[in-house]
Design a protein around this ligand. Structure first.
Ligand SMILES: [Zn+2]
Length: 163
């Protein structure tokens, strides 16, 4: 299976991804591992910090994080709890939207629950840049791109100005 990076403009990026079923996962485990290896290859090739399955055209709840050299994380079927904290603005980009960087506000502290490739459950607290990467990739699984926040922001200004 050859995988390629899906770019902005392809409607698949706005699809909501489906949970990975354990039974199917066991049946297709080698297939899933193969996908993950190829996704990591793509992620490292583009020097990215995260990649979601939907960015290669697969609408399944899977993403990878490559924040620091020592921290390569495979995340399946995540759920996120936002802890009570402030928003922080930071410059963000996306491999599917090349050469665009914008200031995006996100929560600084999160709890994420997910399973890994061996179906072990993890519940971890993340903060700072790692939390930002996780939130960005999690959005991909729900068909949300970071530019969508800007459009909402701009349209709200438009409504305020014209009301
Ligand atoms: Zn992205």
């Amino acid at each position: 299976m050859i995988i390629t990076l899906i770019k902005y403009g392809d409607p698949i990026l706005h699809n909501k991804c489906k949970k990975i079923n354990k039974q199917n996962n066991l049946k297709d485990k080698n297939n899933l591992k193969d996908i993950i290896i190829k996704m990591f290859y793509l992620l490292l090739k583009h020097k990215g910090v995260g990649l979601a399955a939907t960015q290669i055209g697969l609408t399944i709840r899977l993403f990878l994080v490559n924040c620091f050299d020592s921290r390569k994380i495979i995340i399946l079927n995540p759920s996120i709890v936002i802890t009570h904290c402030f928003d922080k603005e930071y410059t963000e980009g996306c491999l599917s939207i090349p050469k665009v960087f914008e200031q995006i506000k996100r929560k600084e502290n999160i709890f994420i629950e997910y399973v890994d490739i061996n179906w072990y459950k993890h519940k971890v607290r993340s903060k700072g840049f790692l939390a930002r990467v996780i939130l960005h990739e999690f959005d991909h699984l729900n068909g949300i791109l970071f530019l969508d926040y800007l459009y909402k922001f701009h349209s709200s200004i438009f409504i305020t100005k014209n009301s």
